[in-house]
Design a protein around this ligand. Structure first.
Ligand code: ADP
Ligand code: MG
Length: 405
């Protein structure tokens, strides 16, 4: 369905929903986390993709070893342990989803915000892992599986709970937020700047990240589409994926220089019992309200600007991308340091648009999964090692290099 039509129809559905009795609502707060390692707010998994066509043609060797039975990965003399490691054999997508993502989806129904981050160099499989690749089909990746799980849970609970779902899909390019679901800027292209797909409409105010007095982050000026079916939500994912700006670099024709963030907001109104229970027609229904959001983030390629061989504008973009990823690394490592967290250390969310946007869904009571995507090819060994080091820092576990003799 065309996103403009979808937006118009769902908007009216949203308005007409009986989700209004604001005064009667009681905000249910999620239970406090206990601070055990089970509750650790950042979990890190590694996804090693198989060697792909081009790498095989070039005669690349596989230089990454996944240790059987352990969440451990080795490259050269370096060995790293993570929460989970998914190798290129078998079918990692279903176990990755069960182990890493299902707890986040369950948490969403309990009112916990969550973030999934796909990190790695261009070509390492981030978009494939997230499931926004139009080329690879949209069914096996994380986002389509999240959608399926979400709607089947809603289906099973719909008699006790009234649900409302919204999605937004934005990207951050050069520290600017772009709306991938804006119906008024569809089909415009910005080929002069090397972008295809959506551009911000001239004259339209830029999207701004705002923080409310209770710490909730909102995106003023971005499109939020109300959806009530899996089909409608999938249409948003597909439309936004099509619109995502891409540009070429020497590394990859469709190298992605932007962070793409697909956000699902779930509101729940628990259909309550009469408060007095006296059976009188004037009895008021008690209602409980919960709201939580899940950010699904396909990060920009983590390779350094110098490796893209870019100059001028592209180089500037590279520098900005590094700014977001650098800030993200600093935020995650501050969050992962339990001692510092207890001392109330400053977490540098404000250092980039990416971390500012994710502020209320990274740390605190929210849950975060970082999936470090890596290529097994020897030509990518240097970047793969960088990715593993970054991911390791996020996990805050001291890994000592081992020497293989
Ligand atoms: P990125 O988004 O990190 O730039 P992509 O997701 O576009 O990388 O993946 C790069 C290439 O590798 C694509 O051709 C994709 O089809 C392939 N690929 C990625 N992950 C896998 C996987 N797990 N199994 C098979 N092919 C994969
Ligand atoms: Mg990609």
């Amino acid at each position: 369905m065309h996103i403009g039509a979808l937006f118009a129809t769902t908007f009216s559905v949203v308005l007409s929903l009986s989700f209004v009795a604001e005064k009667k609502r009681k905000r249910l707060l999620p239970m406090e986390t206990t601070g055990t390692s089970e509750d650790c707010c950042v979990k890190v998994a590694v996804h090693v993709r198989p060697l792909i066509g081009d790498e095989k043609l070039q005669g690349c060797k596989d230089c990454v070893t996944v240790i059987q039975g352990k969440p451990q990965v080795q490259i050269g003399t370096h060995s790293f342990t993570f929460d989970h490691v998914y190798g290129s054999t078998g079918s990692p997508s279903s176990s990755m989803f069960e182990e890493c993502i299902v707890p986040l989806v369950s948490g969403l129904f309990q009112g916990y915000n969550a973030t999934v981050l796909a990190y790695g160099q261009t070509g390492s499989g981030k978009t494939y892992t997230m499931g926004t690749s139009l080329k690879d089909g949209c069914q096996t990746g994380i986002i389509p599986q999240v959608m399926n799980a979400l709607f089947s849970k809603i289906e099973s609970l719909k008699h006790q709970i009234e649900f409302q779902l919204h999605v937004s899909f934005i990207e951050i390019l050069k520290e600017e937020v772009r709306d991938l679901l804006d119906p008024t800027s569809l089909n415009k292209s910005d080929t002069a700047n090397g972008n295809t797909g959506k551009v911000n409409v001239p004259g339209k105010p830029p999207i701004q990240i705002r923080e409310s007095s209770n710490g909730v982050i909102t995106l003023a000026g971005s499109t939020e589409v109300g959806v009530s079916t899996l089909k409608e939500m999938s249409a948003c994912l597909e439309q936004g994926s099509l619109s995502r700006a891409t540009g070429s670099t020497n590394m990859n024709n469709q190298s992605s220089r932007s962070h793409a963030i697909f956000t699902i907001t779930l509101e729940q109104m628990h259909k309550g019992n009469p408060i007095s229970g006296d059976g009188s027609p004037n009895d008021v229904m008690s209602e409980e309200y919960l709201c939580a959001k899940l950010h699904l983030v396909d990060l920009a390629g983590s390779e350094r600007a110098k490796r893209t061989g870019s100059d001028g504008m592209r180089f500037k973009e590279g520098v900005h991308i590094n700014k977001g990823l650098l800030a993200l690394g600093n935020v995650i490592s501050a969050l992962g340091d339990e001692k510092k967290r207890k001392e109330g250390v400053h977490v540098p969310y404000r250092d980039s648009k990416l971390t500012r946007l994710l502020q209320d869904s990274l740390g605190g009571n929210s849950r975060t999964v970082m999936i470090a995507c890596i290529s097994p090819a020897d030509i990518n060994a240097e970047e793969t090692l960088n990715t593993l080091k970054y991911a390791n820092r996020a996990r805050n576990i001291q890994n000592k290099p081992v020497v293989n003799r």
